[in-house]
Write a protein that binds this ligand. Sequence first.
Ligand SMILES: Nc1ncnc2c1ncn2[C@@H]1O[C@H](COP(=O)(O)OP(=O)(O)OP(=O)(O)O)[C@@H](O)[C@H]1O
Length: 283
Amino acid sequence: MNKKCSKLESELGAAATLGPVEAGPPCCIPEPWLRVRDLSVYYGAKQVLADISLTINRGCVTTLIGPSGCGKTSFLSSLNRLTDLIPGCRVEGHISMGTLDVRAAKDVMSLRRRVGMIFQKPNPFPLSIRKNIEMPLKEHGLRDRHERRQVIESVLQDVGLWDEVKDRLDASALTLSGGQQQRLCIARAIALQPEVLLLDEPCSALDPIASGVVEELLTRFRGRYTLVVVTHNLQQARRIADYAAFFWSTGGTGCLVEHGSGQRIFDTPQQPLTIAYVNGKAG
Ligand SMILES: Nc1ncnc2c1ncn2[C@@H]1O[C@H](COP(=O)(O)OP(=O)(O)OP(=O)(O)O)[C@@H](O)[C@H]1O
């Protein structure tokens, strides 16, 4: 077993507070899954991303780093077509996921089931803890009540919330702490069995302990989901990244400066801007 795999094993063993997540095979052998070619994004006349080409490997953690405003969220939102919902937003270029042409996909609801998104600020529905997970399951056609209950328990176990909430599933999700709300949002996303999870600064609104729990959870998801994580926390990015992509903005337009394995981007970056950024001297 190579070094990365044995490291993953010890990380899985260390995640004792979380549920019995069944990890898939670790991403030792890169398998391209999301392919982005010549992606440009505009808000009205303003171009905020130019000609981004990046391949994201299945089952791996890819972190997107770069200063505020360089287009990381816009990039994420293009991947599951949340950009469709932004008035005046226009996307050019090609995005594929496996054999699916993302930009041409007609069934956007199914695309978003396959590509879930977690936001910076936890956004549970103002409903009970149970309904937060049950409602999307119903919307996506899971009619059997017993099966829904099983999924609810299983995903709450996965995110380590089950023991904390099993006696108050009908309480409002808004009574949970910020960290618990974020884990509920992750449970809600994984209940739909996505292939890809997009996470936009998932820990930045959380205290260090809650942030650590979510980070540990992401590490355990490696292999089971393809994770694309935006983070401003370079230590965190360094810890979790199988791959990293560094964005920068010139004159308000974001571009991709450099990408590669996390180890290479953080330990031996090639581009002067990347060197300055990962060493805290730019951005
Ligand atoms: N809905 C919108 N309408 C117009 N401009 C927008 C919109 N959303 C983002 N922008 C602009 O697009 C640029 C890129 O924003 P984006 O949020 O993608 O960057 P980011 O790297 O994720 O920033 P941050 O790290 O601060 O979240 C910014 O200049 C921002 O002001």
